[in-house]
Design a protein. Structure first.
Length: 306
């Protein structure tokens, strides 16, 4: 057994499921725990999150919640999912669930905590990135045509792939150049699939498409695809809707913000090209001309686009 295996085994002995559950109980049940116990629990969980045990133990506890074996407060679900995601950005420690199993767990937890579920999707994505190319893009694109929850999780994973591939926190330095090159080549296919994903929330479709546009070159096939993409009229409809409704705070889950980010990505991509298809120019002019914002936040979005 090498030193890394020894360290992992020692971490699992110290940070086992029952000890982590006790710390969670002490931390998230303040009415039943004195202040010194809460401080001790917080310190224990901080060390747990930095250990090699965090991924297998977090996944096991999350699975226990999903199966009804051991209910956890929502804050604990987020803590465990977030800690596992951060640890997996470094590398994949022994005992981790397979990426596909992490996606299954994300589906099981979606109703309990959509935020924890999204973090688990990102856990799966970082595991794929550590493995290198090829990534299961075809399977995820097919998932966009599945039932509503499966489509939502596929879209979350697709949105996360270019983000995580570009993130410095994800330690894939030797793999990153090839991954980004391959992802850039695949971008038109993914954007086209998101354009057809009508059962998805508009903000999810537009936000995911924006991430893929950011990593590809301003090639002719990209611009031609955008000219006829259903995503442009979708973005226009979301921006027009924002004229009657105030912004929800600038989050990418806000349809108007997601629409603005998508249109900005299209403008940036078309501006970087040597020439832009006339159909795309006309589509963008039509989109911008149709907007008549009254709400100050919506006006600010339009000013940024113009």
């Amino acid at each position: 057994m090498d030193q890394s295996s020894d360290a992992a085994a020692a971490a699992l002995r110290r940070f086992n499921g029952p000890s982590v559950l006790k710390a969670i109980s002490d931390l998230f049940a303040p009415q039943a725990s004195p202040a010194d116990k809460r401080r001790s629990a917080d310190q224990f969980l901080s060390e747990f999150q930095r250990s090699d045990a965090v991924v297998p133990v977090a996944f096991a506890l999350l699975a226990g919640h999903a199966s009804g074996e051991q209910a956890l407060p929502r804050e604990a679900l987020l803590l465990l999912a977030s800690a596992a995601r951060r640890r997996l950005q470094r590398n994949v420690p022994p005992g981790s669930l397979l990426a596909e199993e992490a996606l299954g767990l994300a589906k099981a937890l979606f109703q309990a905590s959509s935020q924890a579920s999204e973090l688990l999707c990102r856990c799966a994505v970082t595991q794929w990135l550590h493995r290198g190319w090829p990534l299961p893009l075809e399977e995820l694109i097919a998932g966009l045509r599945g039932e509503a929850l499966a489509a939502e999780l596929a879209a979350i994973a697709l949105e996360a792939i270019p983000e995580e591939a570009n993130a410095r926190e994800v330690r894939i330095d030797s793999l990153r150049p090839e991954l980004l090159l391959e992802l850039g080549s695949a971008a038109p296919q993914v954007v086209a699939a998101l354009g057809q994903g009508t059962q998805l929330r508009p903000a999810r479709r537009l936000s995911a498409a924006s991430q893929w546009l950011k990593i590809c070159d301003a090639r002719a096939d990209v611009l031609d695809g955008l000219a006829g993409s259903p995503l442009l009229p979708l973005a226009a409809s979301q921006l027009q809707a924002s004229e009657a409704s105030p912004s929800t705070g600038g989050s990418s889950s806000d349809p108007a913000v997601a629409a603005s980010s998508f249109v900005e990505a299209v403008l940036e991509k078309s501006g970087a090209a040597g020439s832009c298809p006339e159909a795309l120019v006309q589509a963008m002019l039509h989109l911008l001309a149709a907007l008549r914002p009254v709400d100050p936040d919506a006006r600010a979005l339009l000013c940024n686009l113009v």
